[in-house]
Write a protein that binds this ligand. Sequence first.
Ligand SMILES: Cc1ncc(COP(=O)(O)O)c(C=O)c1O
Length: 331
Amino acid sequence: MNLPRHAYFGGRIVPYGEAKIGVLTHGLNYGTGVFAGIRGYWNDEEKELFVFRPRDHFRRFLESTKLLGMELTETEEALVNATLELVRTEGHREDCYIRPLAFYSDEAIGVRLHNLTPAISIVAFPYGQYLPNEEAVHATISSWRRVDDNMIPARGKIVGSYVNSALAKTDAQRAGFDEAIVLNADGHVCEGSAENFFLVRNGVVVTPPVTENILEGITRRTAIELLREGLGREVVERPIDRTEIYLAEEAFFSGTGVQVAAITRVAHRPIGTGAIGPITRDLRRLYFETVRGRRPEYRRWCHPVYAANRESARPESPAAVQGDRKLRVAG
Ligand SMILES: Cc1ncc(COP(=O)(O)O)c(C=O)c1O
C-alpha cells in the first residue's frame, strides 16, 4: 500500500510525515483508542467521489470515544467536514478508504482511562476489495470467542479489542480459509473477524441483535434497510445457533471492508447450493448501486467530495436521520 500524502492531525491537514507519535503513546501501549473505517466510492458518470454514510460512522466513532471516557470537542459535523477536506486535498478519483483514529496521546506509563488527553487523526488512501472473492467466501468457525460487553465493549470500535479479531482472522487464514465466524461466550453466532453476519433460513433473513456482542455495523443497518425496503424481504434480528449456519440457504457478511460478501462454504460444508444465492446477489447489486450514488432514494447517505455546493451535498436530512434512528432502536 502506498502511504497517504496527507493526514488530518492536531486539528489540521498536514503532510503525512508530520503525523507522528512517540513510542510511549498511551494508545499504542495499552490499546486505548477507537477507530472507524469509511469508504469513498468513485462514480465515473458524475466524476464524483461519494463518501458513504460518514455521519453515521462518526456518530459511532464518537460513541466509541465515550465508552473510553474521551472528552473531545470535535462534533460529528466537524469530523465529516475534516474528512471531506482531507480527501479533496489528496485528490482521490478512485475508490478509497478513510481511517479516523482517536487515541490517548499522552506519553505516559499507567493503565487507566482518566487524566489522559485524546487526539484524533484521519487518513485516506485508495482501496479495493478486502476479501479476494466477495461472491464465494469460505469461512470457518473460530475457536476464539468474541469479546463480551463486560470485558471490552464489543459495540465500540476499540483498538485493543482488535487483537481478538486478529487472532481469529490469522488462525482462519493459516488454516486455508478466507474468514472466521466468531461465536459468543455462550456459543451463539456473533460475527466475522471484522464484519457482521447474516443467514437466510426458510426465505427469512436472520442476523444477531446488537445485544449479542456484535459491532453495531453501519453496513449491517444499510443491509437491513435495503433488504426490507428495497427488496421487500423479511429480516429478523435474533440469536443464531451455530448449527443453523449448516442448514442455511444463504449466508453473507456485511461490513465497510467486505461490503456484502457471499459465504458459500463454512468449514468445508456448502451453504445452500454452495454458490451465491439470489437474496445475496440482489442485495449486492442494490448495495453497489446505492454506495455509488446511483439510487436517488438512498442518495442522502452519499456525501459528494468535489461538488460541495450541489443540493445533494446536504444528504442525511433530519427526516432521514430520524428514520435511521428508528431503525437503530429496532436493531
Ligand atoms: C468487528 C467488526 N464487526 C463488524 C464490522 C462492520 O461494521 P461496518 O459495517 O460499520 O463497517 C466491522 C468493521 O468495521 C468490525 O470490525
